[in-house]
Design a protein around this ligand. Structure first.
Ligand code: ATP
Ligand code: MG
Length: 324
């Protein structure tokens, strides 16, 4: 039954029963009805054969069902495999296409980058470098400007000093004493020469031309001391008495030799300082004397000036010094 199926098995059982009965058992009474013991034997044989046939048939059917399902599975597997192959093929095509598209996209982006962004960056780099040069130039310009500001400040200070020295505002506003103190302070700072000024605290104001003349006289004498005498100190005495003002400027420098003094009196001397003083004093009715022997004992420049609206007992003598 397992190998051939139910029908052949039944046939085989019948043939076996028939064969046993007619070929293996004594043939006598072969065609007679079997007696009781034989009937049991036949029945037992049939029963066992039926069980074997049933078992075989069942196994065969199971096997057949299994084979069928296996074949169905294999068929499905083949179908799936075919589908997978198709899908794989499609995937491969898709991948290839994707790669191709990716390449094309990359090529396009590279071209775009080179043509647009690359050009813009090159232009930007040029702009930046020219900007850098501008900034460098600006830094140099800033340094030049700050130098120029310093120069302007220096010039302003110098012009202010020159202007004040040419005609100190204090001279008109506060009078000779204040102007002289201011000038002497600056002169000492500039030259290092110590200057002693003897001037009464209550020295009254003089007419403007007299104050200016005296201020110019002191200014010129101190400048000469600085330039020619090599003296470390100077003394100025200004006193007013008997309708005149006496001014003496003294130093302890190398002095002026007699020859030089003679030269000063002549008209052709190059310096204009002392000549100008003389002329100014002359115009105001005053005099100028220079006392110096030129042997290192210094020089004294003495001037006298008449005061028009003279007041007595106001001036203070310059320490009893007199011209040599
Ligand atoms: N205090 C002094 N000590 C020594 N020599 C002096 C003194 N004052 C003037 N001198 C001499 O007298 C000369 C004439 O002086 P002056 O002031 O007239 O001319 P300067 O100072 O040379 O030139 P500037 O015209 O600029 O004043 C000077 O060149 C100098 O030799
Ligand atoms: Mg001079």
């Amino acid at each position: 039954a397992f190998f051939c199926g139910f029908g052949p098995s039944v046939l085989a059982v019948a043939v076996a029963l028939f064969g046993v009965r007619y070929w293996f058992i004594n043939p006598s009474h072969s065609f007679s009805l079997p007696d009781q013991p034989q009937s049991f034997g036949v029945l037992a044989f049939l029963l066992v054969s039926s069980v074997i046939v049933a078992v075989g048939e069942r196994s065969r059917r199971n096997l057949a069902a299994l084979q069928e399902s296996q074949e169905a599975l294999e068929e499905r597997l083949r179908e799936r495999t075919a589908e997978l192959d198709i899908a794989n093929q499609g995937l491969g095509d898709l991948t290839a296409r994707l790669l191709q598209l990716q390449d094309e996209e990359r090529r396009r982006i590279a071209r775009e980058l080179h043509d647009s962004a690359g050009q813009s960056l090159a232009a930007l780099a040029m702009n930046l470098s020219s900007l850098g040069a501008d900034i460098e130039r600006l830094a140099k310009s800033a340094a030049t400007v700050s130098d120029s500001v310093a120069l302007v400040n220096d010039m302003t200070r110098d012009i202010r000093t020159i202007s004040y020295l040419l005609h100190p505002p204090l001279l008109d506003e506060a009078g000779l004493a204040s102007a002289l103190r201011w000038y002497i302070k600056g002169f000492t700072e500039r030259s290092g020469i110590k200057v002693h000024l003897e001037l009464a605290d209550d020295f009254e104001r003089l007419p403007q031309d007299l104050e200016t003349a005296i201020f110019r006289l002191v200014q010129e004498c101190l400048t000469n001391i600085h330039r020619h005498s090599e003296s470390p100190i100077a003394a100025i005495g200004i006193a007013r008495s008997d309708g005149e003002v006496r001014v003496e400027v003294e130093d302890q420098g190398k002095g002026i030799s007699p020859d030089k003094k003679l030269e000063l009196l002549s008209a052709g001397t190059p310096g204009v300082g002392i000549r100008g003083l003389r002329e100014r004093l002359r115009q105001l009715g005053g005099t100028l004397e220079i006392a110096s022997n030129g042997h290192g004992r210094g020089t004294v420049v003495a001037a006298r000036l008449p005061v028009r609206n003279s007041r007595t007992n106001v001036a203070v003598a310059a320490g009893g010094r007199s011209a040599h």
